[in-house]
Design a protein around this ligand. Structure first.
Ligand code: PBG
Ligand code: ZN
Length: 325
């Protein structure tokens, strides 16, 4: 006679639900959105995602619908209509991100706003740092990142999220924020950001692809994991409040590793390539939509993500509320 029957855990939907080891909650999610001064348009490389005009009423209605379903935070990406050699639009107090953040704070004071900080969208050469004679000048870049961060904090951002991968930027940004008394503004560092093919759809969405060279001299090399721990350790020491792993789906081991080693919230950024790959697969009838989105989200959570940054938020919140327990 068998006494231990594992199949008892799977006997019905009700039993499966109560023994589920990984529960998904609305507060797990942060929704990345693109804003700009052009007209609202769907992003060709990312089905069902828009570049939103910051005055578009539909954007505010859309966010409100998501908030009513429990969304508590967004991550803002600015898309430039005006680029220059230095990327000065990035720290313009009247720039598109700064104006959007001000509007949003007025309209939805309770929504947590994180803003992406980098130079690549604002610079003509599309590099994340100051680029001269074929080289990224790390320390010079820090001043500009600090300026962008401060302008976002002044506009009302709750969380500053530097995505550039320069050394020393968390320290520099923390010092700059503190010197202006923004003690309560959090830093969510893209601590472990790999040089990934999965950013392809984003780069056409944000029009931020490097015009010369690539990002391999600053973003991490995919084989590295001990190096990822060092990156996170340094960000911890420099004062990061939240550490992030990006991409997510192909780096679950890295998420798990950081989760077990650091007592800081860990964010997992499920990037544009993960989204578009899955969306296009769904559209082509290869995958069951609900099952594959659930599998992705639950995998990130199981790996240890405290915050899941995902373009699937509208699908999850508006179509698949049964994910939430
Ligand atoms: C820019 C930035 C990128 C992403 C977030 N911030 C692209 C890149 O580094 O090339 C990727 C986001 C995504 O693919 O969804 N520093
Ligand atoms: Zn960048």
């Amino acid at each position: 006679m068998l006494t231990r029957r594992m199949r008892r855990y799977r006997v019905s939907a009700g039993v499966r639900k109560i023994v589920s080891e990984t529960k998904i909650h609305t507060s797990d999610f942060m929704y990345p959105i693109f804003v700009w001064d052009g007209n609202t348009q769907e992003i060709e490389s990312m089905p069902e995602q828009n570049r939103w005009n910051i005055s578009d009423k539909n954007l505010y209605n859309f966010i409100e619908r998501l908030m009513k379903k429990g969304l508590s935070s967004i991550l803002v990406f600015g898309v430039a209509t005006d680029k220059d050699d230095l990327g000065t639009e990035g720290w313009n107090e009247n720039g598109v991100v700064q104006r959007f953040v001000k509007n949003m704070k007025k309209t939805f004071p309770e929504l947590i706003l994180a803003t992406d900080v980098c130079l690549c969208t604002w610079r003509k050469d599309g590099q994340c740092g100051v680029y001269r004679d074929g080289k990224i000048i790390n320390d010079e870049t820090l001043d500009y990142l600090a300026k962008i961060s401060l302008s976002h904090a002044r506009a009302g951002a709750d969380i500053i999220a530097p995505s550039d991968m320069m050394d020393g930027r968390v320290k520099k940004i923390r010092e700059t924020l503190d010197s202006e008394k923004f003690y309560d503004t959090l830093i969510m560092s893209y601590s472990v950001k790999y040089s990934s093919a999965l950013y392809g759809p984003f780069r056409s969405a944000a029009n931020s692809a490097p015009q010369i060279g690539d990002r391999t001299s600053y973003q991490m090399n995919p084989p590295q994991i001990r190096e990822a721990i060092l990156e996170a350790q340094i960000d911890f020491e420099e004062g990061a409040d939240i550490i992030m792993v990006k991409p997510a789906m192909m780096y679950l081991d890295v998420i798990a590793e950081l989760k077990s080693r650091f007592h800081l919230p860990v964010a997992a950024f499920s990037v544009s390539g993960e989204y578009s790959m899955i969306k296009l697969g769904i559209k082509n009838g290869l995958f069951d939509e609900m099952k594959i989105i659930y599998e992705l989200i639950v995998a990130l959570k199981r790996a240890g993500a405290d915050i899941i940054i995902s373009y699937f938020v509208p699908d999850v919140f508006l179509k698949y509320e049964n994910f939430f327990i």
